[in-house]
Design a protein around this ligand. Structure first.
Ligand code: GLP
Length: 241
């Protein structure tokens, strides 16, 4: 594992965007895996600046997102579809048909999981996957206890995860109880993984990743088995490690 220690969120975002940009310039990314939440937001802002400056282009890149809430239509303001569109896709030169997310509002969710896996296969896999980490060590929406062999699947969200994500929902609007997420094996199949962590709330999960044993009780620990993992974390996130 390559660990890059940075001072704060801003430096984490710049470092992550620079790393992605470098891989793109070297033509090593045709499929980029994306995450949502507060962590990658700054990275997307930095990447948008690089696109505007003409340094990188997403014209031929495909993106695949980790997850989506069950029951939210793609145009629901709190869906990850909208998060990605508002915070990233609408500002860059990517054709919309090259952006892929699971459809959490599909009539047949089991089939949707299979469809998503076959998209990943057709695209030839993910070249670089950006990841955040949940306070309980989840990656994507793979909660503690998820099998390391899992492919894209439907999950019941833990109350703590729903609480942590409530800040992205309008007041009083319930956070969905389920989500569709790439599985742990799906994530581990990525050629490279860049895990981002910022802030004291992530310190315990990062300490478990760095010091704990690899265990399904803390999904992120599986990343230690990945041959090309880069962790970009700030001082606060590394403060218990
Ligand atoms: C959500 C997402 C994850 C994300 C995690 C951390 O549950 N499904 O992909 O990594 O939360 O979110 P944040 O970056 O907002 O702390």
């Amino acid at each position: 594992m390559n660990i890059i220690k940075v001072t704060d969120y801003q430096e984490m975002s710049k470092t992550a965007a620079a790393l992605v940009a470098e891989e793109m310039m070297n033509k090593k990314i045709s499929v980029l895996g994306l995450a949502t939440g507060g962590t990658p937001f700054g990275t997307y802002q930095q990447l948008i600046e690089l696109v505007k400056a003409g340094e990188i282009s997403f014209a031929t890149t495909h993106t695949v997102n980790l997850d989506e809430y069950v029951g939210l239509a793609n145009d629901h303001p709190d869906s990850y579809h909208q998060y990605m569109y508002e915070n990233f896709f609408k500002h860059i030169d990517i054709p919309v048909e090259q952006t892929h997310l699971p459809n959490g509002d599909a009539d047949n969710l089991q089939q949707e999981c299979l469809r998503y896996e076959s998209i990943l296969e057709e695209l030839g896999g993910v070249d670089l996957q950006l990841l955040g980490i949940g306070e309980n060590g989840h990656i994507g929406f793979n909660e503690p206890g998820t099998s390391f062999d899992s492919k894209t699947h439907i999950v019941d969200l833990e109350d703590s995860t729903r609480k942590a994500n409530a800040r992205f929902f309008d007041k009083g609007e319930p956070v969905p109880a389920q989500a569709v997420t790439m599985g742990i094996q799906t994530i581990m199949n990525s050629k490279k993984i860049v895990l981002l962590a910022s802030g004291i709330k992530k310190a315990e999960a990062i300490a478990r990743l760095l010091q704990g044993e690899v265990s399904e009780a803390c999904p992120a620990t599986v990343l230690k088995r990945h041959p090309h993992l880069t962790l970009i974390a700030d001082e606060a996130a590394l403060s218990l490690a």
